[in-house]
Design a protein around this ligand. Structure first.
Ligand SMILES: Cc1cc2nc3c(=O)[nH]c(=O)nc-3n(C[C@H](O)[C@H](O)[C@H](O)COP(=O)(O)OP(=O)(O)OC[C@H]3O[C@@H](n4cnc5c(N)ncnc54)[C@H](O)[C@@H]3O)c2cc1C
Length: 461
């Protein structure tokens, strides 16, 4: 159906697809297909449905929650070869792309215009637009510009029935918000094959600075104060001492690796407004015991600050042979308490934890370090990860801010949602995927038991 050159079944090649960026659970899939059109995706889904074979959509496999990990057999449907830019319309502020286009490629392509695609996950050099839609990806600058769902104007969708549904890109308010429903559904409702994406004007000017704090808590307090003052910086990113040291050891950017915490703050907009905003932010940081504030004096210095932040995960290999990146979110004002709890959880369980965070969003990414060859260390790290997410729930937050639920957080869905909530999720899923072949075993815990009446109707309770 897709041609022999677009199918792999050889074990030595399949092993590449045994997991995504969450490496604690792995399974080699029996086959990976690489369709190159919406019609080919639909054909694959239809034949899989006929034979009741699970289908797992995969973009670049940069996910950090095991969403693209093929547990339990089934076909991996890779969008990696669907990477055509189909149309760019600056007059409509819109691009039309296939789902396998890489996030950064899009903005690079537009670099000589005044436009860009605003969602900028730190993995943007590798992750795909389809993966961004499926996880509703965020990034440093989505604090001001909004996460992926705010930038999707239309989608071509292959449902679990094999039907092709196109929504948008024409604006209409006279229908359900299908894009809102599909975005973040982690492949469980179908496969995004094409998307129409909103373009955002590039800001006229930036002010980017790094602020050193005496403690992570002080840095988190500053974040809340800045927002309370009525300012929405483009980004407010936190790095703690552990991660700063790793980045400095690995890349020698000249960063203050002895600092307890650093906040990278970026303001953007009309140049005339930025001086005053910078003054207010600096004062609020000083009120929270900031020790040093250094502004990027040139575009090169600004780029260096961002390289330092975006190299954080890459540097973790200096610290440990194994790690996983947790992803939780709380109301911003609860961040100081959460970071305290994360530190305590690490101490109590003997797990070393270093931290980066999209702090402006109340989003934390503690990185838990362990030696994969030591089962006890792995067990303690996983228990610590779970305790961190439970703390997020207790503090009024959620078990994922942007990486999704995947398999890693599946057990916690029942802590976050009531049986009735999960029942609604299942009813929605059945509409698009009645045979439950799309990405089964991810995001949604097993369906509730069928009542006799529902069994007759083929519906979960
Ligand atoms: C170093 C690093 C930094 C990161 N930083 C961020 C960050 O700042 N913000 C953030 O949000 N995430 C971040 N991530 C996580 C990850 O990059 C994002 O979740 C990204 O959106 C995944 O895209 P992908 O193409 O790799 O998708 P994959 O990992 O291949 O898949 C992710 C999920 O989406 C589903 N899926 C993929 N493509 C489709 C499709 N076309 N249709 C339907 N379902 C599909 C998969 O089944 C899976 O459930 C980071 C990851 C790494 C490794």
């Amino acid at each position: 159906m897709v041609g022999a050159e677009n199918l792999i079944t050889r074990p030595s090649e399949l092993v590449v697809y045994e997991c995504d960026g969450y490496t604690l659970e792995k399974e080699t899939p029996p086959a990976v297909v690489f369709p190159n059109s919406t019609e080919a995706v639909a054909s694959v889904v239809r034949v899989c449905r006929e034979h009741e074979v699970p289908v797992l959509a995969r973009g670049a496999g940069t996910g950090l929650a095991g969403g693209a990990t093929p547990l339990g057999g089934g076909v991996v449907l890779s969008l990696a070869r669907m990477k055509k830019i189909l149309d760019i319309s600056l007059r409509d502020r819109m691009v039309h792309v296939q789902a396998g286009v890489l996030n950064l490629e899009l903005s690079s392509l537009l670099s000589d215009t005044h436009w860009h695609f605003a969602p900028d996950p730190s993995s943007q050099v590798a992750c795909t637009i389809g993966g961004n839609i499926a996880t509703n990806a965020g990034g440093p600058h989505t604090l001001k510009y909004g996460v992926t769902v705010n930038h999707v104007l239309g989608v071509t969708w292959v449902a679990g029935t094999g039907e092709v549904i196109q929504v948008g890109p024409e604006a209409t308010s006279a229908e359900f918000d299908w894009i809102g429903l599909w975005t973040g559904s982690e492949g469980t409702l179908g496969v995004a094959t094409e998307a129409w994406l909103r373009l955002t004007p590039l800001p006229l000017a930036h002010r980017t600075f790094r602020v050193i704090f005496q403690s992570v808590e002080d840095a988190c307090n500053a974040v809340s104060r800045i927002i309370a003052a009525g300012l929405i910086p483009a980004a407010m990113e936190l790095m703690d001492r552990g991660i700063l040291q790793a980045v400095e050891d690995a890349f020698h950017f000249g960063f203050p690796s002895e600092a307890e915490a650093i906040l990278v703050v970026e303001l953007d907009g009309i140049p005339i407004a930025l001086d005053e905003q910078e003054r207010i932010v600096a004062q609020l940081c000083r009120d929270c015991h900031a020790q040093e504030i250094v502004s990027a004096a040139s575009e090169e210095e600004r780029a260096l600050l961002w390289r330092c932040r975006k190299s954080a995960v890459g540097a973790v290999g200096r610290l440990s042979t194994g790690y996983f990146i947790q992803d939780g979110v709380v109301p911003r004002t609860r961040l100081p308490e959460l970071v305290r709890r994360v530190a305590n959880i690490g101490c109590e369980r003997g797990v070393r934890i270093v931290n980066v965070a999209h702090a402006g969003d109340g989003n934390i990414h503690p990185i838990l370090l362990f030696d994969e060859r030591d089962p006890d260390e792995v067990r303690r790290a996983m228990a610590a990860g779970r305790a961190i997410l439970e703390a997020c729930i207790e503090l009024g937050g959620s078990i994922t801010a942007e990486h999704g639920v995947g398999i890693e957080k599946l057990p916690l869905m029942t802590a976050l949602f009531s049986p009735d909530d999960l029942d609604v999720f299942w009813r929605v899923k059945r509409v698009f995927d009645p045979a439950n072949i799309m990405t089964p075993g991810k995001l949604l815990p097993p369906p509730p038991r069928l009542s006799q009446q529902d069994e007759k109707n083929g519906q979960p309770r």
